[in-house]
Write a protein that binds this ligand. Sequence first.
Ligand SMILES: *Cc1c(COP(=O)(O)O)cnc(C)c1O
Length: 235
Amino acid sequence: MPDAQVSEALLRARRRLDAALRQSGRRADATRLLAVSKTQPAERLREAYRAGQRDFGENYLQEALDKQAALAELEDIVWHFIGPLQSNKTREVAEHFRWVHSVDRLKIARRLSAQRPAELGPLEICLQVNVSGEASKSGVPPEALEALALEVAGLPNLRLRGLMAIPAPAETLDAQRRPFAQLRECLERLNTAHPERALDTLSMGMSGDLEAAVQEGATWVRLGTAIFGARPPRP
Ligand SMILES: *Cc1c(COP(=O)(O)O)cnc(C)c1O
């Protein structure tokens, strides 16, 4: 997709999101759009920025750090880490991102909390849950979620916001909705059991299943190809 088309694709994606929210009877600002920019060159992100996009999601640490350096003058970009996270990467994630959507182990959460620079304020955290039909092996099993959530909620430099999932692609709207409904029910159970720290975030839905995710209550949808076109291979 040539650079100039990013702004048009972004506009189409926003319209699609608006329509899904309207059809679901949800508020126009109930779901926010995260632009997933993995493997896209910095200039594509700059184009989306010019079209008003501020939240960007990246999966690969080194690539993300390179783009952050290239776009350093765009100071109000909000960077989200959404990829698998290993222990040896936590320090730079804690120092260079505002959100992490993919925490699925206490060890990773503890390191992020310990390594988060105090002056940046708490790191916003979603726990990745392995709902049925998950595309990968990542994610905490639903039966282990409450224990992990309680531990993570107690860590000083993190703010536990909610849950994230990456279900396998499914053909029909009903089949797409099922795992999203499961994730929403996980969140509702946590909030019923622990009303004192109500979680407000469901990070779910990608280019192929945005409507299903919005119907089930997504608060972030993570769109890559719908905004930037087909992804170039990783260098
Ligand atoms: C790549 C990716 C996306 C975006 O996928 P598209 O189908 O291109 O919209 C969303 N979430 C995660 C975690 C991803 O890795």
